[in-house]
Design a protein around this ligand. Structure first.
Ligand code: COA
Length: 215
């Protein structure tokens, strides 16, 4: 891979745009691919031959139900990286009961019937550690095409989207689902506020908080 190609890809990730309906399939594709080996997604998700399909169904739901309506779903123009932020008014992720019902088939395709308890455990423990006292943006998900990971694209889209949140003067919160990512987030100003496992056999997550930064 040429240095120019990497540089140009990083430039595009550093100048992301808000995703539209027309982008949704490509954004769902990059997120589905990015999380293929994520420890937490792999623990929650089904473990059979339909696991990729199930993960795609979950990202499709998140993109269409949270990302596009919230208008804080960002993508690089070449779909090599994407980030889904949830704005303060929805950051507690509470949904009306009818949305919870609508979501059930998606959850079942993601986890299989036996995984419903894992989703429940994940949601309860994530909610317990999610700060509730200050309005903030929540990074629901961020992903880079596995072919281009480790080339600065994730940092570029994170920094660019954080800049727009910094301009609003608001803090942000995320859960890191992989220990590998904790240093990356620390480099962007996050501090670890919690470390928790949704269940004894689950991998750990790190709750991370970042105050707004003057730029
Ligand atoms: C996490 C992710 C968005 C980071 O984007 P990236 O473009 O790969 O990362 P960058 O090149 O900007 O930064 C490199 C840092 O990211 C972290 N990192 C996480 N996964 C990595 C990977 N597969 N390859 C390289 N670095 C990775 C490391 O902290 C690394 O820092 P180091 O080089 O000092 O170890 C991307 O690797 C990804 O999509 N991973 C899979 C999905 C995921 O974990 N999403 C976030 C869930 S909290």
């Amino acid at each position: 891979m040429s240095v120019d190609a990497i540089f140009e890809r990083r430039q595009r990730a550093g100048a992301p745009r808000r995703a539209t309906n027309a982008d949704s399939d490509s954004v769902i594709d990059v997120l589905t691919a990015a999380f293929a080996t994520d420890p937490v997604m792999s623990w929650i998700g089904r473990r059979d031959a339909k696991r990729d399909q199930g993960r795609r169904a979950m990202f499709s739901y998140l993109v269409k139900k949270l990302g596009l309506p919230g208008n804080e779903l960002w993508t690089a123009a070449d779909f090599s990286a994407a980030a889904l932020w949830v704005p303060p008014e929805r950051a507690d992720l509470k949904q009306p009961w009818w949305d919870e019902v609508i979501m059930i088939p998606t959850i079942v395709s993601f986890t299989g019937l036996t995984g419903l308890a894992r989703v429940d455990a994940f949601r309860k423990s994530a909610d317990k550690h999610h700060p509730k006292d200050k309005p903030h943006f929540y990074l629901m998900t961020i992903g880079v095409d596995p072919r281009f990971q480790g080339q600065g694209l994730g940092s570029a889209i994170l920094d660019a989207t954080l800049a727009s949140i910094d301009a609003k003067g608001l803090p942000t919160y995320l859960e890191s689902s992989n220990e590998k990512n904790v240093p990356l987030y620390k480099r962007h100003g996050y501090i670890v506020t919690s470390e928790f496992r949704p269940a004894p056999d689950a991998p750990p997550l790190w709750g991370m908080w970042r105050e707004a930064k003057a730029r």
